[in-house]
Design a protein around this ligand. Structure first.
Ligand code: NAD
Ligand code: MG
Length: 293
């Protein structure tokens, strides 16, 4: 079998313009993203683990949910109520892998909901070993004059405060060997001028990850962050980027195309599993070749 060429392995730009309202749906995208539905093969690396993934209905979170289930984990996913149909597709895929699926819709900009989310996940899964703080809000604004306090606040509540609230609620349930994975971004290191609020949250996630990793290491809990480059998910055409950037999405990376969610799921599996037992406080990139520093 020959190795696939990563430059041509998945769709390359140009892509059609395809505006949709946030939070968006994978089925409204052209081409439809690849979350590993037909390709991911597990090898029992997460057998018997229990995972909670925010933003697990679509994109990177969906790919992680499919991979975790096929590696033997039971998986709870959180998402917005408007995303129920994307979420139900993931529930079906988790069950098809022979694992328990728990669907927990709700808005993580509420601290009360975040606390209930963790309690419900723990109750229905019977514990918690893996927490993936992956939900995110990204809306571009070209000018600081157009960036409202409301948007700035909502971006921080979704990307930073919710991670804090969910992690705080989860910590008492996490035993030695547990793993927390926070989805940051290349934006933490190479911020775009039109993503002032979003890039700032992604840098905050890295600092939070590095600080918490040191704090909880003595308890045997690891905390790492993932820095995706451009990935083909609903986040981007639903206001994350202007439509002309959607058309050329990923073309400015050395590999010349966006990543597909299926291509980053193995990194989440690695960080969730004991294979990465000496990695904590790290920032792991999957950027198509753009340097992280
Ligand atoms: P996505 O749209 O598929 O996933 C984001 C999810 O966030 C949504 O599905 C939604 O369920 C959730 N969400 C947003 N607001 C919420 C709220 N108030 N309450 C509950 N859930 C909410 O897109 P994605 O690209 O897979 O995003 C996943 C993560 O990856 C995000 O943190 C994003 O910032 C990060 N990321 C994405 C890219 C990229 O190019 N796609 C690059 C770097 C980082
Ligand atoms: Mg979604």
């Amino acid at each position: 079998m020959t190795n696939p060429d990563p430059t041509t392995q998945y769709p390359q730009p140009p892509f059609p313009r395809q505006p949709q309202d946030a939070p968006g749906s994978v089925n409204a995208m052209t081409p439809v993203p690849d979350h590993g539905e037909h390709s991911y093969q597990g090898t029992g690396r997460l057998a018997g683990r229990k995972a909670l993934i925010t933003g697990g209905d679509s994109g990177i979170g969906r790919a992680a949910a499919i991979a975790f289930a096929r590696e033997g984990a039971d998986v709870a996913i959180n998402y917005l109520p408007a995303e129920e149909s994307d979420a139900q597709e993931v529930v079906t895929l988790i069950r098809a892998a022979g694992r328990k699926a728990v669907a927990l819709p709700g808005d993580i900009t509420s601290e009360t909901f975040c606390t209930q989310l963790v309690e419900q996940a723990v109750k229905e899964l019977g514990g918690l070993d893996i927490l993936v703080n992956n939900a995110g809000k990204q809306q571009f604004q070209e000018n600081i004059a157009d960036l409202t306090t409301e948007q700035f606040d909502l971006t921080f509540r979704t990307n930073v405060y919710a991670m804090f609230w969910i992690t705080k609620a989860a910590m008492p349930h996490l035993k030695p060997g547990a793993s927390i994975i926070n989805t940051s971004s290349i934006q933490a290191r190479k911020p775009s001028k039109n993503l002032l609020d979003y890039a700032s949250t992604k840098a905050a996630i890295v600092a939070f990850t590095e600080a918490l990793a040191q704090q909880v290491a003595p308890h045997g809990v690891r905390v790492n962050a993932v820095a995706p480059g451009p990935f083909w998910t609903p986040l981007q055409p639903s206001g994350g980027q202007p439509q002309d950037k959607v058309q050329t999405f990923g073309s400015d990376t050395p590999l010349g195309r966006p990543g597909q969610p299926a291509e980053i799921a193995p990194l989440y599996v690695f960080l969730a599993s004991s294979e990465s037992s000496y990695s904590t406080g790290g920032l792991f990139g999957s950027t198509g070749g753009t340097p992280l520093s």
